[in-house]
Design a protein around this ligand. Structure first.
Ligand code: TYD
Length: 137
């Protein structure tokens, strides 16, 4: 997957004086069926999370509260995305190296995933990732 397949997706936003509402339906607003949800919270200042790529797993990352950055690398090009609203998120296809940093106080990173958790789906060595991407080109 190349960096061009990464995208910010705007979610439906129902404005209401009683409080706004947004929602996501798998395969409709995001391009995969949701099998798993996890969230990242209480991140101490300056910490970095998620330095790896997935072989198969696709993700949609939302800053439900606060803000943080997602840095994506397709083996050739790197791009940084700042997430700071609960009504849009970042679609990250499989085989993209990603890390998260610049977490604000009380930020909540909410991640929808296309696969169940599997340690075998992780590539944790950046050099191994680069090597695989070189052969895919
Ligand atoms: P991990 O994805 O490795 O986070 P990071 O790359 O930010 O360090 O997950 C951290 C730990 O949590 C790891 O031991 C596996 C566990 N974990 C699960 O058991 N299920 C999950 O869905 C996720 C995302 C992580």
């Amino acid at each position: 997957m190349a960096i061009e397949s990464v995208k910010i997706i705007q979610l439906p936003k129902i404005l209401d004086q009683r409080g706004n509402l947004s929602f996501i339906e798998g395969s409709k607003h995001i391009p995969f069926k949701i099998k798993r949800v996890y969230w990242i919270y209480d991140v101490p200042g300056g910490q970095v999370r998620g330095e790896h790529a997935f072989i198969k797993n696709q993700e949609f990352i939302i800053a439900l509260s606060g803000s943080f950055d997602v840095i994506l690398f397709d083996g050739f090009t790197e791009e940084r995305f700042h997430l700071n609203r609960s009504y849009f998120g970042l679609y990250v296809p499989n085989m993209i190296w990603r890390s998260l940093d610049n977490f604000s106080t009380n930020s909540l990173g909410y991640v929808l995933a296309s696969e169940l958790y599997s340690p075998d789906d992780y590539i944790r060595d950046i050099n191994q990732f680069k090597e695989q991407k070189k052969w895919q080109k």
